[in-house]
Design a protein around this ligand. Structure first.
Ligand code: NAD
Length: 475
């Protein structure tokens, strides 16, 4: 019998007797089951969060920090078990799963040091005028399957720190590690402050539309983000949306192909390309295009695609069948249109596991589906450009605006280009580096609001202004 993982509601580990199977994407075997929850379990979780909010919002911030540190400690102490489980359900290689688990522990600890200090607007003989931040209330957190633990922590920690309570829903594809963490923290966090419930996608709209939830914090696709915005509008819930991206990397002619090929490869292929901030379009200056594209393709041939639990695997499977079929469809479309492949394009969908060969395209047109759409798979289109003006326009010609990168020996020029890009984050000569102290959020259809830093924390609060007129009104 497979292991059954329970939900966390009001400090207790519970199930409703109905179960969803969770599959390992490398083997297609069922590796665990989680409760299939609906409206009544959600009502219980929200009621617990509402009751806990009364006390938690007035709990001193140092006590809230201590509870966050207990979560961070529990993750770190159990990292070995957790990263193996994460690989089994998500597919990413062990080293990357370890990075996610320790990253989640580290980010919890770092974020717990944040504070939203009170601002004194005026303090003189006429008036005391204070601006303070107060917690929004009960938060509904909804997360995707590409970084299930990191995304869960990214919702839980700022909610707790700000004085909110939370009901979190993992993706039905990757709930196991999150529920194991729920088990580990059940006695470390006051009952009702953190509730974790699982269910199909259909549980999502119930959260978005629940009348006793005050805010939704969501990470996932732009299409779902739009539905959430619509659902949350009924009672004007506050929302934070971290959505899709089609990030451009721009390589200027002074970049050394030998120095950047490997980094560029990983900027596209980490987690099998299932990263919102992966480089999904790579623009290389025509002077170095041939040498650099060959160097990237040569490096790709040294990387093994396989089961993430096996030693030597660099890139794991696609996490689920739906996404696997979508990536294969984009590759088929590229083949049908006669685009040139430097590697890949030779997938065999009949085998076990959702594996896609590393696919690098040689200068496909800008309007190719595989360039214009977010692939979210091990696919890297390389495109030639001639002028900076042209490449900036091409990079910005997207409904997305999540992140981007510039690779150059001239960092001043890199920054000048970065300032022209319509994205929330831009890296010069690196990729995917995020700080828990800097706001991370998308422009255009990549998001709404931000996570991380004080800006991210503020999204879990309302401003409240209190003024005291210093007149003597006593008779
Ligand atoms: P998804 O939108 O399909 O699902 C995300 C979550 O939403 C899941 O928990 C799902 O069950 C739930 N959901 C589905 N339908 C819903 C609805 N109608 N109402 C409420 N909830 C609903 O996304 P995914 O396929 O799991 O994740 C991949 C996407 O996430 C990609 O587009 C990727 O770029 C994006 N992403 C963005 C970031 C970021 O920080 N910007 C980070 C990671 C992933």
């Amino acid at each position: 019998m497979v292991t059954q993982y329970k939900n966390l509601i009001n400090g207790k580990l519970v199930d409703n007797g109905e179960w969803l199977d969770v599959i390992n994407p490398a083997t297609e075997q069922v590796i665990g089951q989680v409760p299939a929850c609906g409206a009544s379990e959600l009502d219980s979780a929200v009621a617990a969060a509402r009751a806990a909010f009364k006390t938690w919002k007035n709990t001193p911030i140092d006590e809230r920090r201590a509870a966050i540190m207990a979560i961070s400690g529990a993750i770190k102490e159990n990292a070995d078990e957790l990263f193996r489980l994460l690989t089994a359900e998500q597919g990413k290689p062990h080293a990357q799963a370890k990075g996610e688990i320790f990253g989640a522990a580290g980010i919890s600890a770092a974020q717990s040091t944040l504070d939203l200090e009170e601002e004194i607007i005026q303090d003189d003989e006429t008036r005391l005028h204070r601006h303070r931040r107060v917690p929004v209330g009960v938060v509904g957190g909804i997360v995707p399957w590409n970084f299930p633990v990191m995304m869960a922590i990214q919702k839980i920690v700022p909610a707790m720190l700000s004085g909110c309570t939370i009901v979190l829903k993992p993706s039905p594809y990757t709930p196991l590690t999150t529920l194991r963490i729920a088990e580990l923290i059940a006695d470390k966090v006051p009952a009702g402050v953190v509730n974790i419930i699982t269910g199909e996608d259909s549980l999502g709209p119930l959260i978005t539309q629940h009348p006793d939830i005050d805010k939704i914090t969501f990470t996932g696709s732009t299409a779902t983000g739009k539905k959430i915005m619509e659902g949350a509008s009924a009672d004007l819930k506050r929302i934070t949306l971290e959505l899709g991206g089609n990030d451009a990397s721009i390589v200027l002619p002074d970049a050394d192909p030998k120095k950047v090929a490997e980094q560029l490869f990983w900027s596209s292929f980490q987690n099998a390309g299932q990263v919102c901030i992966a480089a999904k379009r790579v623009y290389i200056h025509e002077d170095i295009y041939d040498e650099l594209s060959q160097a990237i393709a040569d490096f790709a041939k040294t990387v093994t695609v396989g089961d993430g639990s096996e030693q030597g695997t660099g890139v794991g499977p696609i996490q689920n069948k739906k996404q696997y079929e979508r990536v294969l469809e984009l590759i088929e479309d590229a083949k049908d249109n006669g685009y040139k492949f430097l590697t890949g394009g030779d997938q065999d969908p009949s085998g076990t596991g959702y594996f896609v060969p590393l696919t690098i395209l040689d200068n496909p047109p800008e309007d190719a589906r595989i360039v214009a759409e977010e692939q979210f798979g091990p696919v890297m289109p390389l495109m030639k450009f001639s002028t900076e003006e042209e490449v900036i326009a091409r990079a910005n010609a997207s409904e997305y605006g999540l992140a981007g990168a510039v690779w150059t020996g001239d960092t001043e020029k890199g920054v000048a280009i970065a300032e022209q890009l319509e994205t929330g984050t831009v890296w010069i000569n690196e990729f995917m580096h995020l700080s828990p102290f800097a706001p991370f959020g998308g422009h255009k259809q990549s998001g709404f609001g931000a996570e991380y830093g004080k800006e991210g924390l503020k999204e879990f609060t309302y401003p409240q202004v209190i003024t005291v007129k210093r007149d003597n009104i006593v008779a």
